[in-house]
Ligand binder design. Structure first.
Ligand SMILES: Cc1cc2nc3c(=O)[nH]c(=O)nc-3n(C[C@H](O)[C@H](O)[C@H](O)COP(=O)(O)OP(=O)(O)OC[C@H]3O[C@@H](n4cnc5c(N)ncnc54)[C@H](O)[C@@H]3O)c2cc1C
Ligand code: FES
Ligand code: FES
Length: 502
């Protein structure tokens, strides 16, 4: 057992033991370290002004992630390398290529958002050395837009900033990127910090437990079921910064290294451990559920997805969380653990009512298992929100129809977010589809049945009428444009549709 956390900020090693559980990285940097280059805009993960770079060892290799310091707790940094905007200048005072490009391209006006933009851009240039080769391609544009979607600027407009990103990428391709040039040294430094121990921090304000393994987590939580589990903290961080909630005892889910597993099992099912973030899960999820790719890329921003876990998205049980309907449509099962006891529940049975889940005191999610799609599945995942990026859904529809060889619908799983107090399935609409072919008549029957499935709410995101209309229309989109999975040798979409429509 260790009683302090250790991490680097720039080249300074910090050992901290007396840490309030709710102390955010942003407050610590600005109030205690005088690193005021990191700005506070919204204090809720939306604007990116507080973006910093966190380097960690993932499978032994150093990986940089941009995160929002305003909703990142200081204790999350155990074993990490932190870089803020103050760390970018070279020893001779030379600006980082990204900073220089921002100057050259006039990427800054009032300057308030600039350090945050710069950190997101440096994260991209340190990670994607191939970015310059993608210049002018759709992929290159998408990568840059995704990297910057979590940074808001009210004065410059984004064009000069994007130009600066491209210029910096071209420079780094020719001359190297200064942070990635330090990879061997920084990797060795982080390896030396690793001791595989559980950490217990105590301060007058409370306790933080960082369990080294899932067994240590299970035992700590069984001993104190009143403790708050925190994974990425992208929900819990807001309880602190917006609701001013105290957290007397926090247990850090992501400290348990054996919860970071993500793997495809021999039967094709995808296992996602409770410590896995959306960023880490993304390539696996896209391969496993291709129809969900566009929606998963729109969960929060790069900074949010770098911290947010897939299981935290389920654990918070929000009726408008994006992951739960997707996994529900795919038939996912939750693996729960309480002390030494384990049980498995279907995801739809986990959500009982608004704010109420099938989980006992001291019980937690160990991971989620997503089965493979059946052959001849027609899938669609559609997120509807007011803004394309970085916005919570008004309605999300996630659908899987499994077709018989004759083109009739054999199984239907229609899962929605935003239509009730919990993410749930449209069971009457599903029943109306069974045995039907994918025709207009079948669609209309299912849409009519869906009226009995839901009584949606009106709120600031959408009216009840809008939600009901959109939910029915998303099913129509599935009928028009759902993607089809085919095992090798099975009919293609085109000839299968011929089968379906006679
Ligand atoms: C700016 C911003 C944008 C966002 N955009 C989206 C969006 O587009 N779509 C969306 O769905 N969400 C969005 N979110 C919400 C949030 O990012 C997700 O819900 C995220 O996946 C939560 O994961 P986390 O690891 O950060 O959870 P945490 O904040 O650590 O925890 C969330 C809840 O789950 C519980 N919990 C965590 N791990 C476990 C576990 N293993 N077992 C049991 N309970 C557990 C915690 O106790 C807490 O109640 C956004 C958040 C922010 C700040
Ligand atoms: S201050 Fe706006 S994201 Fe942190
Ligand atoms: S330069 Fe003023 S907010 Fe971006």
């Amino acid at each position: 057992m260790r009683q302090h956390i250790s991490f680097y900020v720039g080249d300074t090693l910090h050992h901290l033991s007396d840490l309030p559980p709710e102390l955010t990285l942003l407050d610590w940097l600005r109030d205690q370290q005088s690193r005021t280059g990191t700005k506070e805009g919204c204090n809720e993960g939306d604007c990116g002004a507080c973006t910093v770079l966190v380097g960690r060892l993932e499978q032994g290799a150093l990986v940089w992630r941009a995160v929002n310091a305003c909703i990142h707790m200081v204790w999350m940094l155990d074993g990490a390398q932190l870089l803020t905007v103050e760390d970018l200048r070279g020893p001779d005072g030379q600006l980082h290529p990204v900073q220089q490009a921002m100057v050259d391209e006039h990427g800054s006006q009032c300057g308030f958002c600039t350090p945050g933009f710069v950190m997101s851009m440096v994260a991209l240039s340190a990670q994607r050395v191939d970015l310059a080769e993608l210049e002018g391609t759709l992929d290159g544009e998408r990568i840059i837009n995704e990297a910057l979607a979590g940074n808001l600027c009210r004065c410059t407009g984004y064009a000069p900033i994007v130009r600066a990103m491209k210029k910096a990428a071209a420079y780094c391709a020719r001359h190297g990127e200064p942070i990635s040039a330090r990879t061997p040294e920084l990797t060795a430094r982080l390896h030396a910090l690793r001791d595989g121990k559980t950490v217990e921090l105590r301060s007058p304000e409370g306790r933080v437990t960082l369990p080294a393994s899932v067994d240590a987590l299970a035992s700590a939580y069984a001993q104190d079921p009143a403790a708050v589990l925190v994974a990425g903290g992208t929900d819990v961080g807001l309880w602190v910064t917006k609701r001013l909630r105290r957290l007397p005892h926090v247990i850090a889910v992501r400290a348990a290294q054996d919860l970071h597993q993500i793997q495809t099992r021999p039967d094709g099912a995808l296992w996602i451990g409770a410590g896995v973030t959306y960023t880490e899960a993304m390539p696996h999820l896209v391969a496993h559920l291709p129809a969900a790719a566009d929606t998963l890329r729109r969960i929060g921003s790069t900074q949010v997805r770098n911290a947010a876990t897939v299981c935290g998205n389920i654990g918070n049980a929000s009726p408008i969380g994006d992951g739960p309907p997707v996994f529900m449509a795919a038939g996912a099962r939750l693996h729960l653990r309480c002390g030494p006891e384990r049980r498995v529940v279907a995801l739809e049975d986990f959500f009982l009512d608004y704010g109420k889940q099938d989980i006992r005191p001291g019980e937690f999610i160990e991971g989620v298992l997503v089965p493979p799609l059946a052959p001849r599945s027609v899938c669609g995942v559609y997120k509807v929100s007011k803004r394309f990026d970085q916005d919570i859904s008004a309605v999300l529809g996630a659908f899987v129809l499994v077709m018989a060889e004759d083109g009739a619908i054999q199984q239907a799983r229609l899962a929605y977010g935003g239509m009730a107090g919990i993410p749930c399935r449209a069971t009457r609409a599903e029943a109306a589809l069974l045995g039907q072919h994918r025709t207009q008549a079948a669609l209309h029957a299912a849409q009519a049945a869906m009226k009995e499935d839901f009584t949606p709410l009106s709120d600031m995101r959408a009216s009840a009428w809008y939600r009901a209309t959109v939910a029915a229309n998303l099913l129509a989109r599935l009928f028009e444009a759902g993607s089809v999975t085919n095992p090798p040798g099975a009919p293609t979409l085109e000839n299968w549709q011929e089968v379906a429509h006679g």
